[in-house]
Design a protein around this ligand. Structure first.
Ligand SMILES: [Fe+2]
Length: 174
């Protein structure tokens, strides 16, 4: 997981996470900080391992070693919300913005073009659960929902996303 360590140390990655924190100061709803993206990376990897365990089709991993596949999943988790601050600034979809911002970080961390394409596509897809999503896009979407403790949240009653969060969990858990 050497390359994942390089992402965590990357100047731009840290700058984007800091931008998110600045834009979300005082926000009562879910934030998109380092602990969120690490949670998503871990849960995404668990979902990936489950696919392997169940011997279901697990998309991209056939083309990469297990170590590479782990880095691909972690990289997607860590980078999936780096464009969030752009959405606060310009209204641009943060998944799209994040996909564009991720490319130089992935290059610096040593990810090959084929790996970058899988990761960037998944970042761009992570907001919507649609059939056309790639395998990693689906995993990111699910992980992003599973890590939020909606039932214990003090802003639950005012949350603009609660319905979709609950629906997603009900559909996806089993
Ligand atoms: Fe997101």
């Amino acid at each position: 997981v050497k390359r994942v360590g390089l992402i965590l140390k990357d100047c731009e990655f840290n700058q984007f996470m800091e931008n998110n924190a600045t834009k979300e100061t005082g926000r009562k709803f879910c934030c998109h900080d380092l602990s969120h993206v690490i949670d998503v990376a871990r849960v995404a990897y668990t979902l990936f391992l489950e696919k392997i365990l169940l011997q279901e089709d697990y998309g991209f991993s056939a083309h990469f070693s297990k170590a590479q596949a782990k880095e691909i999943v972690y990289a997607a988790g860590l980078l999936h919300d780096i464009g969030r601050w752009c959405e606060y600034e310009t209204g641009e979809d943060h998944a799209r913005a994040g996909g564009l911002l991720a490319q130089p970080i992935l290059t610096r961390a040593g990810f090959e073009i084929a790996e970058q394409e899988i990761i960037i596509r998944a970042i761009k897809e992570h907001r919507k659960n649609i059939e056309e999503n790639s395998f990693l896009g689906q995993i990111l979407y699910r992980a992003d929902k599973f890590v939020r403790l909606c039932n214990y949240c003090s802003a639950k009653d005012e949350c603009y996303k609660l319905d979709s969060m609950e629906t997603a969990r009900e559909i996806l858990i089993y």
